[in-house]
Write a protein that binds this ligand. Structure first.
Ligand code: BG6
Length: 486
């Protein structure tokens, strides 16, 4: 369904995010005819560039990040024609006049400001937007992470933006919510009658959420200041946890859903004091240097002689203190340079109360539901069956396997395709509300503080493995193991 025409003003338009994610996502939506040349992308950035150069930048980004079989030259140039560029240092008052002339004063046109810039620039940008009448009651602002380093700084950011934009105009991106497989979690839980009655501590033993990346940090200074806890856990992993743990909302309307997620965040058992060492593990990857493989360690990527206590791996045993989840641990882990790229949510059900089978026939294993978020998107339900054959009863565990690639012919859209269009549609369902963000920081901060005060517990792990052995011990101490498929 086509969206209304829009003026997307992208601050930080020549940055990495814009090149890798935003422009390719817009191109996909354009070739699917969700919008046409009545819409415009107005790039704003400090670098000197002409409209033509910016259009060439957009074309190059599409060529690099979009499947070549989907690119038609004529369409690509038509797409590029919606791009215009303004060279503007946002801290310099004089640069704004050009934007005045670029924006259309037409109530039919949706106006969105995308702040793909460092948060210290949010204030000057928001102030100018307010004073120069760019702000309209229907205008939207899109915020990219990092939305703070802790609770205090996130409150500052929210206050700054909140002086100019009402909460219903603010779209805080957590791109995990835009992923198809993450949205599928909502469908799975709330469009089937099967799961909800057993989605609780009476039937679920524990939950695992893993977001493993095989890439390293690339020596980025942003990552060095952030670390995996802020970069991944505070947002992506906690959002996934919320979607698994929340009560059924009354509808999928934005606030109905966000109210339920907020309740989960507020019910997270605080991890403070001595509990931090017991319930969390942090690690940093070390390089590998052998005949066949050479992978730099985190420190080597930063540069010669640099020392750092930044964690590139985190595992946490979390608990949601409410009636539904009493005593059910949520094991979270994420890391860079892990054995493979794999993100999944594992719902481990409890064992059957009594086996009617003899030991020689097999011991029934508890059911396990695995939601594979990426890559190889799909859903697997591990069940016990009788191994076919005349040799009598032999129990075996096999997965009922729904592979997205085998089941659906259409391409799985990227998260940003959905999110960018939802901003134009005015649908905030897949964006974080201020109180959610702050509740997440409130839970993260004591862990961060304890880590900062005691750097001795940073474990090394070899690049290309599943992280420090301490993270395996974290779950095995409880008589459980991380899910790994044969
Ligand atoms: C980003 C983090 O939010 O998510 C990156 O800042 C990380 O460090 C990325 O690599 C992972 O996203 P995806 O979509 O590749 O799983």
């Amino acid at each position: 369904i086509p969206v209304d025409p829009f003026d997307y003003v992208v601050f930080g338009a020549t940055g990495d995010l814009s090149q890798r994610k935003l422009i390719p996502a817009l191109f996909h939506r354009f070739i699917d005819q969700q919008f046409d040349t009545n819409s415009r992308i107005i790039g704003v950035s400090r670098s000197e560039m002409t409209d033509e150069e910016f259009q060439a930048f957009a074309i190059a980004s599409v060529r690099q990040f979009v499947d070549a079989t989907l690119i038609n030259e004529e369409q690509l140039h038509e797409f590029a024609s919606i791009f215009t560029y303004i060279t503007n240092d946002v801290t310099d008052k004089d640069g704004w006049a050009e934007l005045d002339n670029s924006l259309r004063d037409d109530p039919e046109v949706v106006r969105a400001f995308y702040l793909a810039v460092a948060p210290f620039l949010f204030e000057p940008i928001c102030d100018y937007l307010a004073t120069r009448n760019y702000w309209t009651p229907d205008a939207r602002v899109v915020l990219e992470k990092p939305l703070g380093r802790d609770l205090e700084s996130s409150i500052d950011i929210n206050d700054t933006v909140g002086k100019v934009f009402r909460e219903d105009q603010v779209y805080r991106i957590d791109h995990y919510l835009g992923k198809e497989t993450v949205q599928n979690l909502l469908a799975l839980r709330f469009a089937n009658a099967l799961f909800e009655p057993i989605w609780n501590s009476a039937h679920i033993d524990h939950v695992q959420i893993t977001v493993a990346e095989s890439v390293g940090s690339g020596g980025r200074s942003y990552y060095e200041k952030s670390g995996a806890l802020r970069d991944m856990v505070q947002n992506h992993l906690l959002q996934l946890l919320c979607l698994v743990a929340m009560e059924p909302p009354a509808s999928d309307e934005a606030n109905a859903l966000r109210d339920e997620k907020l309740k989960v965040l507020r019910a997270l058992k605080p991890i403070v004091g001595d509990a931090v060492e017991k319930l969390t593990v942090r690690g940093q990857y070390r390089g590998v240097s052998s005949e066949e493989t050479k992978v730099p360690g985190y420190l080597e990527e930063l540069g010669d002689g640099v020392s750092s206590n930044t964690e590139t791996f985190v595992a946490i045993k979390a608990e949601v203190e409410n009636w539904r989840w009493n005593g059910v641990p949520f094991y979270l882990r994420t890391g860079k340079r892990m054995a493979t790229r794999a993100s999944e949510i594992v719902i481990q059900f409890r064992e059957i109360p009594h086996s009617i089978f003899s030991r020689s026939e097999g011991v029934p294993k508890a059911n396990r539901l695995v939601l594979r978020l990426q890559p190889d998107e799909g859903v697997k339900m591990f069940l016990m069956i009788k191994d076919p054959g005349p040799g009598g009863m032999r129990l075996r565990q096999v997965p009922l396997n729904l592979s997205f690639a085998d089941t659906f012919v259409q391409r799985t859209p990227e998260a940003y395709e959905r999110l960018l269009m939802d901003v134009v549609r005015g649908n905030q369902t897949l964006f974080m509300r201020r109180d959610e963000l702050e509740a997440a920081w409130r839970w993260i901060d004591p862990i961060r503080e304890a880590w900062d005060n005691d750097t001795s517990q940073l474990h090394g792990y070899t690049a290309g493995t599943w992280g420090p052995t301490a993270s395996i011990a974290l779950i095995e101490r409880d008589g459980r193991t991380w899910h790994e498929e044969a």
